[in-house]
Ligand binder design. Structure first.
Ligand code: RAM
Length: 917
């Protein structure tokens, strides 16, 4: 009897309609791609997983998720949530619907699925998610600072600054430890140590948010750092974005806020007892540590004579340290767990050559414009100051070109305490550079390449895509785009990483966001920045030009719209509806803001126009280009309404759908009446490429009218000798529009232009990143306009989207790539191209190669998706699959055969097609 019961149990728990077991699901993540997070921000996570790639598994027919408070309860006794068998092919974004999770809570989860034939999989490995501190009331700790830090010092250049504050606390733990977590953040930037060893690998934490509303907290597992007996924690806090110089003003215009620390070390002992070590007035501190000064723009000053050996260990005698002052938490400022990865050291670049253009000043070339810090490993003389300067470019005489840093000092100083070798890098600054100039080292030694390394830092995301082709310059462009991304995803999306700016310009962000997600796992990065946008939205619905905002209260068309465009783009590319839910009301308020103005008052909004359009005739401000503000404003108004409407449809917000549709129709009518004549010609003073591109991208006219407009656009391009005449707003639209209207040969020719203005032109001038201007530098004319000349500015990298979607031809037919389109665009200049992209379902790839008499196309489709592939093949030619007949493969079905292509529907798998005479 017992035996029969046991067998029955086994059958029930395997839950199969069919007894065979498939491989377990893999890559379990919560919410925006977090793998086993601790200190997690979201008490209602969603769950996603991937099906294993095997011959047999094509799709999921059902799943079961179990969630428990203890891994031992899994899978059979899940006490928090058991979905039981859910008949569904959903393998991404399954919302947790168990009891709400609480601060600190750690829960374990596991998943199994049934494939298309009802075969059950094995259970996945157990994954977990641990929450951070979700409420201000979770904090016993107080904000602390040193009294002396309240009075800032003044720098030589007149800017005030606060010296970095070192804090410490020693404490006794009487019992063996089972678990310890450090919850920590600062107003400023911090680095923590426990018992002399650094905590975590993050840099410049907590990053930059609207500090008056929200400061992000970090959580670290420090169980292994602590021991029974005496322990100590030490934290150094510097100004960072909080009170350092950032932008034309500081974060808080006119204020001189004091950097502060808050942290809470929570220890659980093996007997279950708990102890909390929290920042408060019992901590002591000093500003007399070795980091004398740190600032994002200026750099860092370090004096080794001031080193305090062992300052974060229990034995340290903190004799001249003073008591910290404590301050209660402010209920207006929410302390919330950081919702995207902090910046980290991601790569280390070696030096490729050394020069000495001025006696005693050696320049180390890293061969690549990058963002981060330089690590030096050099011989020094006691008290002989080392100067470390940076530049993105060199002048003709081989010395550093630093004029484009504007007022940013961007220099580090180090004073050695002894003769000998030092290894050092700064902690609380970052630089944008390719070249490092060293002087002041021990001049008896001759410089070696290993004296300097470039430590590349950016928000800790992974590569999700790659693009390569037969064309060297196109590959260089891809590399420059990726370096532009690495350089400008430094906790927030910045326009540039090197000069006295480095701000979250919204316009730049919206044009580059789609490209960024092809290349990197930046979904949570954008979701987090959008939260800052919600916090910064003005009462009237306007959106500041930079987020976080430190530039006053104006909104600009094409910039503000980042907050409708980015949620929509992220939804399309990930299938995550929560990004629409979270941002819907912000989107709606922006529409309301635009709508406040009667239609007759087009052009009321501030605008940067088609920023930096080449050959501008604009007499007021040539940077704003030739497309009138009012047209840009009205077009973006219509576009933002459309995207908000799309979101309302996805979310099923019926009331809003009707309202938004009505506004959209009236705006579009007004646009047509004002800006177009009946022949589709722009009525503006100048016909611009961008004017036509906006109309065609945002579908502001009927298909019949679009047919009249396309030739006009082509005409403006021809007049420019087949070059682009577009700025920040127009350039990203060129590819989608020309692609949509079948002008891909022209598009290839614009993209492959070597002459100004073009992508390859900058490459021909030596670009290793994207530049702010096509001619930021040229061999003939030298450096461009110095007042605004960044050599690391991702905006024009927006073409990367078409390299994936157009050239390689990978795009999403359904949000999140549940249904994929593979439709490569062959171009005369290319022999082959290949892109790989890791979607929520797994790797999608498309690789094509021209053959003497046809084409080879290799495609990978991940499980639980389907794909439509459009193979360019003329009538009369044959298409083979794996050297055989297509018809013999049951995973492929023919949708259509037309003059120019064969359209097939593919099940998951790998396919090699060949076209032949
Ligand atoms: C400059 C930068 C930035 C741009 C603004 C309008 O500061 O070029 O990228 O968005 O102007």
């Amino acid at each position: 009897m017992q035996w029969i019961f046991l067998v029955a149990m086994v059958i029930i728990t395997s839950c199969g309609n069919n007894s065979s077991t498939a491989e377990a699901p893999i890559d379990l993540v919560v919410s925006e791609n977090f793998k086993n997070p601790i200190g997690f921000y979201n008490p209602k996570p969603s769950f996603s997983w991937k099906l294993p790639v095997t011959e047999q598994i094509k799709s999921q027919s059902a799943y079961r998720i179990v969630v428990a408070t203890n891994p031992a309860l899994l899978p059979d006794n899940a006490d928090l949530w058991d979905t039981n068998t859910v008949d569904s092919d959903q393998s991404v974004w399954v919302n947790y619907e168990g009891a709400p999770l609480e601060s600190r809570q750690k829960v374990w989860w596991q998943i199994m699925f049934w494939d298309q034939d009802g075969n059950s999989s094995r259970w996945s490995e157990v994954a977990y998610v641990e929450l951070g501190l979700l409420h201000n009331s979770d904090w016993q700790a107080k904000w602390i600072n040193l009294p002396e830090a309240e009075v800032p010092d003044i720098m030589d250049n007149g800017y005030y600054f606060h010296r970095p504050q070192y804090f410490r606390k020693s404490f006794n733990l009487e019992n063996p430890i089972s678990q310890a977590r450090l919850y920590i953040t600062s107003k400023g930037v911090f680095e923590a140590e426990i018992n002399g060893i650094r905590v975590g690998e993050d840099v410049m934490t907590p990053g930059w948010t609207p500090y008056k509303k929200r400061i992000e907290t970090l959580t670290y597992d420090v169980t292994d750092r602590l021991k029974k007996g005496e322990n100590a924690i030490g934290v150094v806090v510097a100004e960072g974005w909080y009170s350092g110089r950032i932008a034309y003003a500081r974060s808080f215009v006119g204020e001189k806020p004091v950097p502060q620390l808050i942290c809470q070390l929570e220890i659980t002992f093996q007997d279950g007892a708990r102890q909390i070590v929290a920042s408060d007035a019992s901590w002591s501190g000093t500003t007399n540590g070795p980091i004398r000064f740190s600032d994002i723009y200026e750099g860092e000053d370090y004096d080794a004579n001031m080193e305090m050996s062992g300052w974060s260990t229990p034995d340290f005698k903190a004799e001249d340290w003073i008591a910290a002052e404590e301050m209660e938490l402010d209920s207006e400022i929410k302390l919330l767990p950081k919702r995207h990865s902090a910046v980290r050291e991601k790569m280390k670049l070696p030096v490729i050559s050394i020069t000495e253009p001025e006696s005693g000043k050696f320049i180390f070339d890293l061969g690549q414009n990058m963002v981060g810090v330089a690590e030096v490993n050099i011989p020094v003389k006691k008290n002989q100051k080392i100067t470390i300067r940076f530049a993105e470019m060199l002048q003709q005489d081989g010395t550093l070109y630093t004029a484009n840093y504007r007022s940013a000092r961007s220099t580090d100083y180090y004073i050695p305490k002894d003769d000998g070798m030092i290894k050092w890098k700064p902690k609380f600054t970052f630089h944008g550079f390719r070249y490092v100039e060293l002087s002041g080292f021990d001049s008896t030694a001759s410089p070696e390449k290993d004296w300097v390394a470039g430590i590349v830092q950016y928000s800790d995301f992974e590569q999700t895509g790659s693009f390569t082709s037969s064309h060297e310059k196109l590959n260089k462009l891809q590399s420059n785009i990726v370096w532009g991304l690495r350089g400008n995803f430094f906790d927030i999306p910045t326009d540039c990483p090197q000069r006295d700016e480095r701000m979250g310009w919204t316009g730049d962000a919206q044009v580059f966001a789609p490209t960024s997600i092809f290349n990197s796992s930046v979904h949570s990065f954008w979701a987090s920045w959008l939260q800052s946008a919600r916090e910064e939205q003005f009462v009237d619905g306007g959106i500041p030009n930079v987020i976080p905002n430190n530039r006053g209260n104006s909104s600009s068309a094409g910039w503000a719209d980042a907050i409708t465009i980015i949620p929509w783009e992220m939804y399309l590319r990930t299938g995550d509806k929560s990004i629409l839910e979270e941002n819907f009301s912000m989107m709606q308020k922006l529409v309301g803001y635009y709508h406040m103005k009667p239609e007759s008052r087009f052009g009321e909004l501030n605008s940067f126009g088609d920023w930096l359009q080449p050959y501008s005739h604009n007499k007021e401000d040539d940077r704003k280009g030739d497309t009138p503000n009012e047209l840009i404003e009205s077009a973006y108004f219509a576009h933002s309404i459309q995207l908000t409407l799309n979101a309302a449809k996805v979310l099923g917000y019926d009331k809003e759908i009707a309202e938004l549709q009505a506004v959209k129709d009236s705006v579009v009518m007004a646009f047509r009446n004002k800006f177009l004549d009946e022949n589709g010609k722009l009525t503006t003073a100048l016909e611009t490429q961008t004017g036509y591109l906006l109309i065609l991208t945002f579908d502001l006219v009927s298909p019949e009218m679009a047919k009249k407009i396309v030739p006009r656009l082509l005409n403006t391009i021809e007049e420019a000798d087949n070059h682009l005449r577009t700025g920040f707003l127009g350039t990203p639209l060129l590819a989608p529009v020309l692609h949509k209207y079948g002008e891909t040969d022209l598009l290839y020719s614009i993209l492959f232009k070597e002459t100004y203005p073009s992508w390859f032109y900058s490459i021909n001038q030596g670009a290793t990143t994207m530049w702010e201007r096509w001619n930021s530098f040229s061999h003939d004319e030298g450096f461009g306009e110095v007042s605004m000349n960044s050599f690391n500015h991702y905006a024009y990298g927006a073409i990367g989207q078409w390299m994936y979607e157009g050239i390689a031809g990978i795009s999403a037919l359904e949000p999140g790539y549940k249904k994929i389109l593979i439709a490569p665009t062959l171009g005369i200049p290319l022999e082959f191209a290949r892109a790989d992209y890791t979607s929520g379902y797994g790797v999608i790839s498309s690789a094509w190669k021209k053959l003497t008499n046809g084409l080879e196309l290799k495609v990978t489709i991940p499980p639980n998706t389907t794909a439509r592939v459009i193979i360019p093949v003329e009538i009369g030619m044959k298409v083979l699959l794996d050297e055989g007949e297509i018809a013999s493969n049951s995973n492929v079905s023919l949708v259509e055969r037309n003059d120019a292509s064969m359209v097939l529907e593919l099940m998951p798998g790998k396919y090699a097609f060949k076209t032949q005479q």
